[in-house]
Write a protein that binds this ligand. Structure first.
Ligand code: PEP
Ligand code: MN
Length: 279
């Protein structure tokens, strides 16, 4: 049989096996259901920078009604001179944040050699944009059977994205969450970091039963746009949001990673209130 799309396990035609609701496979992370009717809010710092920063943000996420804590201990940075993350120390901080708040942890894995280490701390692995095509990493992460957020590469089309998700599925891990995080188009960096491609949501829904979330922080690169981008994305019936948060009193230029796109807890609180009103 010719596989026209290049993927079949994650193809919508294969949905009957996996779907219990609205043709989306529900992925359960410690009782939090991604793919049910209610959008899941995953929020936290771009990078774990200090204990105080992470715990303050984690507590704020919990208080606002967020469902999971995000935070990178290993950061994919363009320049080797930029902050690369705290590594294991960052994972330990995330563990403490989880102990204090109960929020499940979403954290990025960059390197197949660190999958076992991160497995001990993460409830959901994040595979970043720059690693969407990293098949050895996808396979290694998939083998653990833990849920995986697969972020869309900056220039990936729908077919490519689902073909790479298929590598994870082929290892026997169907716990895949797709995350649209903006693509590179000509206005990039002129007024926004990337272009939020909401157009992909409908065809993606038609093509796969995997849950779809949106990251308005990297998609815009500007904190002032995050609320509107999130509400717009929710109009497309997405399954969740991945949002970067900074401390209430921190100045964005002092933050080592992505300070200018992080929203403050007070903004997150208002946003979650608006979301809850609209659903
Ligand atoms: C992140 O989530 O902090 C990140 C690095 O995202 P992306 O891979 O989408 O650039
Ligand atoms: Mn970031």
């Amino acid at each position: 049989m010719k596989i026209i799309e290049g993927y079949k396990l994650v193809h919508r035609n294969n949905y009957t096996e996996y779907c219990d609701n609205l043709n989306v496979k529900i992925i359960d992370v410690q009782g939090i259901k991604i793919g049910s009717n209610k959008p899941v809010i995953i929020a936290g710092p771009c990078a774990v920078e200090t204990y105080e920063q992470t715990i303050e943000i984690a507590k704020a996420v919990k208080k606002c009604g967020g469902h999971m804590l995000r935070g990178g201990a290993f950061k994919p940075r363009t320049s080797p001179y930029e902050f690369q993350g705290l590594g294991r120390e960052g994972l330990e901080i995330l563990k403490q944040a989880k102990n204090i708040t109960g929020l499940p942890i979403v954290t990025e894995v960059l390197d197949p050699r660190f999958v076992d280490m991160i497995y001990e701390y993460a409830d959901v692995f994040q595979i970043g944009s720059r690693n969407m095509y990293n098949v050895p990493l996808l396979k290694e992460v998939a083998k653990t059977k833990k849920p995986v957020i697969l972020k869309r590469a900056m220039s990936a089309g729908l077919q490519e994205w689902l073909c790479l998700a298929e590598y994870i599925a082929l290892e026997g891990n169907m716990n895949i969450i797709l995350c649209e995080r903006g693509i590179r188009t000509f206005p990039c960096k002129e007024y926004s970091r990337n272009t939020l491609d909401l157009n992909i949501i409908y065809p993606l829904r038609e093509s796969t039963f995997l849950p779809i979330i949106v990251d308005p922080s990297h998609a815009t690169g500007a904190s002032k746009m995050v609320s509107s981008a999130s509400l717009a994305a929710l109009q497309y019936n997405i399954d969740g949001l991945l949002i970067e948060v900074i401390q209430e009193d921190d100045s964005p230029d002092k933050i080592l990673c992505d300070g200018f796109q992080g929203i403050r807890p007070s903004v997150l609180e208002q946003m979650i209130k608006n979301i809850n009103k609209s659903i």
